[in-house]
Design a protein around this ligand. Structure first.
Ligand code: FDA
Length: 305
């Protein structure tokens, strides 16, 4: 049943018509639990509140299905606006973005031009930028572009997904770039030809790659709400005397907020991923796919409306 619901919401997340409709009607169905608002001003308010609680942030302007140059440039403009706001408001925040929204599916020239604009502005203002990882079909291209950008800029990192068989090898291949990587379980629907179908294998591989990347001496963001993985990381860093300055925990806005504060109080860097923007639908559907309990929450919200 849980797998069926997961597949259903991941299927819905890819629906272009619903994505367009959702944009017109504003944050609905309890999406504001996971999305900080539709404008940068609303996002700034949320980031400030999180910073006041001792939480670091990475902010993301949401965008799905960008398939023309005008839209990609518009997405880049929003990222520049976010960097400007982080600097102006002196927020403890990085930036996250998706390469498809910068033009990955359109042309290499376009995506490189937008990424360089963003990384240059971010560098001048001391802002770190993480390139999110999307579905498997974009993985190789994303890593190729990441490697090119990493030779030009220090303030860029990316994400690797524990559910992919290839990830262990990707960590080895990237080792010499000394990358700052966010490690996650993986949020897309992938075929068993490329990804572990069983959750327990994903969890085992997650632990394996966390150890591999940390012992390579590289900065590691462990992005999960899973206490078993968090405990594993805490034990691992203790065993190998890895300083707190070499890793951090990350969670999504609206998920386990009390646990986020607890980890920050224990002295770990705890970074919250804060999405905002009108294109909230696909992100919201992926969050529902992850956890049926979130669906019950949404249904209650719909009944109240
Ligand atoms: P999982 O979903 O297996 O949950 C494990 C346990 O966590 C649950 O059993 C429960 O105990 C607890 N838990 C989870 N949700 C809870 C809730 N709402 N309330 C209480 N307990 C809860 N993916 C991707 O493909 N590309 C990317 O770039 C990113 N980026 C990213 C950034 C950040 C900061 C995070 C946290 C995640 C991502 N992801 C991602 C998403 C990631 O791949 C994954 O889909 C989600 O994090 C869910 O997986 P978990 O590791 O949380 O474990």
């Amino acid at each position: 049943m849980e797998q069926l619901m997961r597949d259903f919401f991941l299927f819905l997340s890819k629906n272009k018509t619903l994505t367009k409709l959702a944009k017109q009607y504003g944050l609905r169905f309890g999406a504001s639990r996971f999305v900080a608002g539709e404008t940068i001003d609303e996002a700034v308010r949320v980031i400030r509140q999180l910073n006041e609680k001792g939480l670091a942030v990475t902010v993301d302007y949401l965008g799905e299905f960008v398939d023309n140059e005008r839209e990609a440039n518009e997405m880049a403009r929003h990222c520049l606006e976010a960097i400007e706001a982080i600097s102006r408001e002196k927020l403890n925040s990085q930036l996250s973005l998706k390469m498809t929204s910068m033009g990955l599916d359109i042309s290499d020239d376009l995506v490189m031009r937008n990424m360089r604009r963003i990384l240059e502005a971010a560098k001048q203002r001391g802002v770190f930028v993480t390139i999110d990882m999307e579905d498997y079909s974009r993985c190789q291209k994303t890593l190729d572009i990441f490697k090119r950008l990493k030779t030009e800029y220090d303030n860029v990192g990316t994400v690797l997904q524990a559910y992919l068989y290839r990830t262990e090898k990707d960590i080895d291949d990237l080792k010499s770039y000394r990358p700052n990587l966010r490690l996650v379980k993986g949020a897309y629907k992938e075929s068993p030809e490329v990804a572990f179908p069983d959750k327990k294998d994903v969890d085992e591989n997650f632990k394996k790659i966390i150890k591999q990347h940390l012992l390579n001496g590289n900065y590691t963001a462990v992005a999960t709400h899973d206490d078993a993985i968090i405990e594993y990381t805490k034990q691992l860093v203790k065993e190998y005397n890895i300083p707190n300055s070499q890793f951090e925990f990350q969670m999504l806005y609206g998920i386990r907020p009390e646990r986020q504060i607890e980890l920050a109080r224990e002295g770990y860097t705890m970074r919250v991923y804060v999405p905002y923007g009108t294109d909230w639908y696909g992100y919201f559907m992926r969050r529902l796919a992850e956890r049926p309990a979130n669906v019950a929450f949404v249904l209650k919200g719909m009944i109240r409306k």
